[in-house]
Design a protein around this ligand. Structure first.
Ligand SMILES: N[C@@H](CCC(=O)N[C@@H](CS)C(=O)NCC(=O)O)C(=O)O
Length: 323
């Protein structure tokens, strides 16, 4: 196991316990308008449009469970790198599920937890062979480098902002928090390694082509399963395989990185999944809502923009007086 990974897993074990206690004690960044309703002590730490958070929202909706929502802004404010969140989720990614004080990280583990814990239709089949098939599809979609493909898909000024501002900002934010919380240094080092790999993958055309090939292979596989007219990806009932495919299709539409009409059976399946009675259409994002994104980014960008404008104005006034 590489050093950073080893430290990360050791750190995770120590910190998940500490983080759980801390999460129960202090509840920072709570904004009342973000709390939907929680009848049974379930909280999702997530963010609008996040691929992995959408899986969790969809699983909860299928089970009919209403959860409290806590926004962790993974955009420019990078709240997921803040020490309070690192103590909750040592990999500093969303989502995290909190249930009666227990913290569950990693969307695949969360999906299994939701299925095992809450009543409602089973999302994993009982039969071992079908279950294995579902698990394989979940793992395959999980392995797709959606993050890298999403960021690589940015064009023009956005791509420039990504390379010159956003990615360097990530490393700076991680180093800043590492200095402020030295006890979390192994976690921050692992995250800094991850950001370096992320940047490296986006800079390598060969790596991006490989990620793209893996995506196409997965889409071909899903299409082949549905081509004969099957209602569901595995067996004759809805499962986590269908859930994962639904979120993947929404993501591809949102990013415009794959043409769903090239996969007619999958496209049809997606339409049927969206028509399910509990489908949370406001959570499953197939086109980014610019107004919503602006509201998310504005509190971070506008004060900085105002500071720059004020500084430039002051400089102009000073210079005009001097000459
Ligand atoms: N394996 C993790 C991956 C989670 C993940 O990558 N989450 C993304 C959002 S979909 C994230 O937090 N990105 C922010 C970052 O990496 O800084 C899971 O399935 O929960």
């Amino acid at each position: 196991m590489p050093r950073a990974q080893e430290e990360l897993s050791r750190g995770s074990q120590e910190l998940t316990a500490a983080g759980g206690a801390l999460a129960r004690r202090q509840r920072p960044h709570r904004r009342p308008e973000e709390i939907v309703e929680s009848a049974i002590g379930v909280t999702v730490y997530g963010f609008y449009g996040s691929f992995c958070t959408q899986k969790v929202y969809l699983a909860l909706a299928e089970k009919g469970v209403q959860a409290e929502r806590r926004t962790v802004n993974i955009g420019p404010p990078m709240e997921n790198y803040e020490p309070w969140y690192a103590r909750i989720n040592p990999r500093m990614v969303i989502p995290t599920l909190e249930h009666n004080g227990a913290l569950i990280c990693d969307s695949a583990a969360i999906l299994r937890y939701i299925d095992a814990t809450f009543e409602g239709p089973k999302l994993l089949p009982e039969a071992a062979t079908e279950r294995a098939e579902v698990e394989a599809i979940v793992a395959e979609i999980d392995r797709l480098q959606i993050r890298e493909l999403s960021y690589k898909g940015m064009r023009g000024p956005l791509a420039l902002a990504r390379d010159r501002v956003l990615m360097p900002m990530r490393a700076r934010a991680l180093r800043k928090h590492r200095a402020a919380a030295p006890e979390l240094a192994p976690l921050y080092d692992a995250r800094l390694d991850d950001v370096a790999t992320w940047v490296g993958t986006m800079a390598s055309e060969a790596s991006i082509a490989e990620a793209r090939r893996a995506l196409d292979t997965s889409l071909d596989g899903l299409e082949a399963r549905l081509r004969g007219g099957a209602s569901y990806l595995v067996g004759d009932a809805y499962s986590l395989a269908d859930l994962m495919a639904t979120v993947l299709c929404a993501r591809l539409l949102a990013l415009g990185i794959a043409d769903l009409s090239a996969y007619p059976a999958l496209q049809d399946h997606y339409g049927r999944m969206k028509a399910r009675p509990n489908f949370p259409k406001d959570d499953i994002v197939e086109s980014l809502d610019r107004r919503r994104l602006f509201r998310i980014v504005a509190p971070f960008v506008l004060p900085r923009l105002l500071t720059i404008v004020l500084l430039v104005t002051a400089l102009i006034v000073l210079l005009s007086r001097a000459f």
